[in-house]
Design a binder for this molecule. Structure first.
Ligand code: ADP
Length: 319
């Protein structure tokens, strides 16, 4: 029976990570474990930067975004000799299991550590919602709310000036933040990997909206799709809309985690400890149809991303 469990956050930070810590730490102490936090992701493992915490750790930070135990990227963790040092450091402290909160890259590190004798469970921590094994990742809901708040505000000023705004939304290569925000904010047009730019259609749509005397238009573009400054020039030239570009940036990633975020993160953190207590490792946790599941990490990479045809249909229906 394992006695000591460590937790780290890795890759990009996401609101809700602190709530996941609380879920795991509270559950750990309920099940008679000693709980450790590792600072700076995998870097903390090789620098011996971890410490035992009590059962109340992070409770007062549940309403804060970011990650209390910091995060970092350590490309060298792909090298076996670097991971070996991490394993030795953990074993010296008697830590036999680890919860890794992060994205795909962090999951890979967790799988490799499991193969080297440290049982690991991965939790999906990223605003991008780009982990196929979970309907929702920790951070997605809060980020979506941030984005909607920003679009609502931008819309007010655009309407006052009768302008068009092209807004770039985060998500790495995943369209979910753009698609959900497009519906929630009644955007006029969205461009994602599933709906690449169709210039003719975009121009026709925006001209129609101008002819119908709509007082402003909002075009959402998922990041890594195209250069929005170029698109602004094209729209202004072809449609006559006075057009602006806005990259929302890091504001999307901060702020108080939503209540649903906290609930989901706490559930996942608690479940991770239960899995480790049962001796299960090398897996990642997902929330599917509001139920907790676990998947082998390598197999989870082969799961197909939800293409959300139903949500695109909803978007089209309200246009
Ligand atoms: P994310 O976890 O959000 O996908 P990254 O891809 O940057 O973010 O990965 C986070 C960290 O996970 C990396 O800095 C590295 O320490 C570790 N990692 C990524 N890929 C691997 C791998 N193939 N093997 C071992 N560790 C990895």
């Amino acid at each position: 029976m394992i006695k000591k469990i460590g937790i780290l956050t890795s890759g990009g930070d996401a609101p809700g990570m602190n709530a996941a810590l609380v879920g795991a730490i509270r559950t750990g102490y309920k099940l008679g474990k000693e709980m450790y936090v590792v600072y700076d992701g995998y870097k903390g493992l090789i620098e011996n930067n971890f410490t035992k915490v009590d059962e109340h750790f992070a409770e007062d930070k549940m309403a804060h975004g970011g990650t209390l135990i910091k995060t970092a990227r350590l490309p060298e963790f792909k090298e076996e000799k670097v991971r070996q040092l991490a394993v030795e450091n953990l074993k010296k402290e008697g830590i036999e299991a680890l919860i890794v909160i992060g994205g795909d890259g962090s999951y890979m590190g967790a799988k490799r550590l499991t193969e080297m004798g440290i049982n690991c469970v991965g939790l999906p921590g990223t605003i991008d919602n780009d982990i196929a094994s979970s309907d929702f990742t920790i951070g997605f809901d809060t980020s979506l709310n941030n984005i909607c708040d920003a679009i609502d505000k931008i819309s007010e000023t655009m309407a006052s000036h009768n302008r068009c705004c092209v807004i770039e939304v985060m998500g790495n290569h995943c369209p979910d933040l753009t698609l959900y925000a497009g519906i929630a904010c009644n955007a006029d047009y969205i461009i994602t990997c599933d709906r690449p730019l169709d210039e003719k259609d975009l121009i026709k749509t925006l001209k129609e909206k101008k002819a119908a005397k709509q007082d402003h238009v909002i075009v959402l573009v998922a990041e890594k799709q195209l250069d929005i400054n170029e698109l602004v020039k094209t729209i202004a030239k072809e449609t006559g809309w006075d057009t602006r570009a806005d990259v929302l940036g890091y504001i999307q990633r901060g702020g108080t985690p939503s209540a649903m975020e906290r609930v989901n993160a706490i559930r996942m953190g608690a479940y991770a400890v239960e899995l480790l207590d049962r001796g299960i490792g090398g897996v990642c946790v997902g929330l599917v149809d509001n139920k907790l599941h676990y998947y082998d990490i390598i197999e989870s990479f082969d799961l197909e991303r939800n293409k959300h045809e139903d949500l695109y249909r909803t978007f089209d229906l309200i246009k």
